[in-house]
Design a protein around this ligand. Structure first.
Ligand code: ZN
Ligand code: ZN
Length: 485
């Protein structure tokens, strides 16, 4: 759709030339410089990013990799844990490591589950963690057996008054709270500081005391949690750019060079993101099966209007007139599309899984003894005891890797990879100068099905798309009569 109906956003018209510049493909030289700099600063000597006018971006080996070698650990540029997953896993808001203790993880999850099963979703909205989401479809939230453990026991696990056997083998970093709010938690002060500088200082409920600002932020977050939490990641992308802009502006280089316009600075601040996007969200999404093709235009318009509602709410929170083009629907749509089209899902395995495997592997007598204590907790957690941390993220280098049905590398987390980085491992020997390719889809799916998936999604990361489809179904149900009407 896109072009076939007028944008509801005034900024799209007012700043059309600036928006076109923000969304133009970066010149090859500027792009090459960006990636060379990024690779150098992260010390990823083994790879390089190549541009070609024919094939776009690609990643090549700068040296030989044997099968199983680590090629790259790619740090997230912008990412977030899914709202509903926050019930299951307490992780650092910056690096996505699990935090606290095994007891804290188990106690907290069972506590939220018991609230979820004993009350309706309205009550869950009132609970202290404002970001737990509004749908009752969390993996374990409706487990009936979660009430067999008393609230007192669960609280003493959370507070550390009760400990489980052998958890000292599974030490997790202590929880460091955000300096402003209680909602964001970190594995270390350095993660807290980095998050503050990079994204969070503009979205922290503790940073400003005005009730109207807080309520605006709450409205934006609630809308995202009730429709599609990709909007929360998009908001982080915008705060990332705004904070970079502010930092550049106070840089002595800029203060000297007064010829440089604010817009030039915005272009510079936006550069890391400008490398990632491809298409507007509402233009690039596949039509869900239950939507008739003759309703496609109205479906795409509904998706666009949903994004516009979210953007309007976000503008009440962080609008900055110096960076106005950044708040256009056109740019917002591309940012959201970027997360849908490029990302490798954020996944971090749960140490709770390792813990219960460890208990299971103990010698019989020790195991029997330990299970007297741990058994009821495992039963209460149920089959989903090992739910990993899951979210959406944009990985600047991984996203440059091209797809192959016969890839020579894959995204794979080893035991030691306990944070949100994307980890790329060689699947076979890779010679210097070979292109490094990964598969975007599940290798185990039969060939015809894989072809069909690729045809449907135009080489999109299918998992992420399926997830969004589910979100839309919720969104269309919840907002069908208001935002979309
Ligand atoms: Zn961390
Ligand atoms: Zn905060």
């Amino acid at each position: 759709m896109g072009g076939s109906s007028t944008s509801p956003c005034d900024l799209d018209r007012e700043f059309a030339p600036q928006i076109a510049q923000l969304l133009a493909t970066p010149p090859l030289q500027s792009g090459q410089e960006y990636y060379d700099g990024l690779i150098q600063s992260k010390k990823h000597d083994g790879i390089r990013v190549n541009f070609s006018s024919k094939h776009g971006k690609g990643v090549c080996a700068n040296k030989y990799f044997a099968e199983g070698d680590l090629i790259l650990k790619d740090q997230i540029l912008v990412g977030a844990q899914h709202s509903l997953n926050k019930i299951d896993c307490a992780v650092c808001s910056y690096c996505f490591r699990f935090i606290g203790s095994i007891e804290f993880q188990i106690g907290r999850r069972l506590y939220w589950q018991s609230i979820g099963s004993s009350s309706d979703r309205t009550n869950r909205r009132h609970c202290h963690e404002s970001d737990v989401g509004s749908s009752a479809s969390s993996s374990g939230a409706t487990k009936e057996n979660s009430n067999t453990l008393s609230e007192e026991v669960l609280v003493s696990l959370i507070t550390g008054d009760m400990s489980l056997p052998f958890t000292d083998h599974f030490g997790l970093p202590q929880v460091v709270a955000c300096r402003g709010c209680e909602e964001e938690r970190y594995c270390s002060q350095s993660c807290a500081d980095s998050d503050w500088e990079t994204y969070h200082s503009l979205l922290c409920t503790g940073s400003k005391s005005e009730p109207s600002w807080r309520s605006a932020l709450q409205k934006f977050v609630e809308h995202a949690n009730g429709s599609n939490d990709i909007f929360l990641v998009a908001a982080k992308a915008i705060t990332f750019t705004l904070l970079r802009y502010k930092k550049l502006k106070t840089h002595p280089e800029f203060q000297k060079n007064t010829d440089q316009s604010n817009f030039c600075l915005l272009m510079e601040a936006w550069k890391p993101l400008s490398m990632g996007f491809k298409k507007r969200w509402w233009d690039s999404v596949a039509l869900p099966e239950d939507v008739d093709s003759c309703d496609e235009d109205s479906f795409r318009q509904q998706i666009r209007d949903l994004a516009f509602t979210s953007l309007q709410l976000l503008k009440h929170v962080i609008f900055d007139s110096e960076c106005a083009p950044l708040f256009s629907l056109e740019v917002y749509g591309h940012i959201i599309g970027m997360f849908e089209l490029n990302n490798l899902g954020l996944v971090v395995a749960s140490p709770v899984e390792d813990y219960f495997i460890h208990i299971d592997d103990l010698p019989d007598d020790e195991k029997e003894e330990a299970e007297k204590v741990t058994g009821p907790f495992l039963d209460a957690l149920g089959e989903d005891y090992a739910v990993p941390c899951e979210g959406t993220a944009f990985f600047p280098l991984q996203s440059c890797m091209n797809h192959s049905c016969c890839p020579n590398a894959k995204a794979y987390k080893r035991d030691e990879d306990i944070d949100g980085h994307a980890v790329i491992i060689a699947l076979k020997p890779i010679r210097k100068d070979d292109e490094i390719t990964i598969s975007y889809i599940d290798e185990d799916v039969p060939y015809e099905e894989r072809q069909a998936q690729l045809a449907d999604y135009g080489f999109i990361w299918v998992g992420a798309v399926m997830e969004v489809l589910v979100c839309w179904i919720v969104a269309l149900g919840v907002y069908g009569s208001t935002a979309l009407g």
